[in-house]
Design a binder for this molecule. Sequence first.
Ligand code: SF4
Length: 355
Amino acid sequence: MDQRVTDVINKAREGVPPTYDEVLMLLELDEASPEATAVRGAANDLVRERTGNAGILLGQVGIDVYPCEADCQFCSFAKSTTCFTGHTTMPVDEVVERAKEFARGGDLYAFYLMTMNSFKEDYVLECIRAVRAALPATTKLIGNFGDSDASFWKKAKEAGLDGIYHVKRLGEGTLTEIPPERREATIRAAWESGLSVQDCCEPIGAETSNEDIATRLFEIQAHGREYGLHDCAGVMKRNGVPGTPFEGLQNEITNMRLGLIGAIECFVMVDQEDFPWMAVHEPNVVSLMSGANAIWAETGFNPRDTSEDTSAGRGLDVPAVREMFYQAGFRKLVLGDGSTVELTPEYMAQKIAEG
Ligand code: SF4
């Protein structure tokens, strides 16, 4: 075992995050090396100890789709490469039905509404109001929307939105048409409007440099210190979406590498006053054994999928996500109001019986 890795792990156990150079050293590890296994295992132990071996179950629905002007090169909706045409908007009643279906089991921490880059404010506010009224008080409502300003975020908050998932993505402004400053301005405006904010190191591809990943991880650390990431930090890998410049497995990292990066992020966040839930996307067991404890079920439109409804494509449903938590040894799910359910064999059997 490389002594430098042992030293970083021991520091993390004492609540001291690694330095930038130490993060680079960890990112350079062979994902199948004993050192990488030790890093993933240490993050797993650390996070489970802090949370009482708990996870959070999340759900998301994509509510509109069109050839998107942001033209992100990794996205199935990018205007240059998409196979989608026209502008399809999910009726509000259907959005509500999908939200109720996600929350039916009574153990959903948060439900996410997702739009393209630009969106119709009135429609989104109507969705927020209707979904908030339909969701139980134990489930938070989060927006994964395009950029907007404080006047919209204040209205969204009044309508019932709890927070946003909004990220300055890897390659923002070069792989996308969105200036990074615009993403940052949106995050600040939402925060100042009283919404919680979530961050993530994404989308990570095979060619993403360790320096870029390390820089992003420390931005998330700084973001957590300034705003507090009460719901989630996380990592997401880029899928090789057919028809995009990154098509194919050769452009993707493995779940072993994603698990390692997520574990390193746990170390980077280790001294946060309000240690966030650590999300991974897409859900996978390697990451759940590496410090991740927040995963999504998905339905509707999905930028990583060419299927019109991702529940028929890449997206998992709530029972599959719950089962993944159980099989990965998690023994509790925490809800949006802080209450918990025990993930016992009897609970799992009851949920299967409910269908
Ligand atoms: S990732 Fe989002 S903003 Fe970028 S092209 Fe796709 S839908 Fe538009």
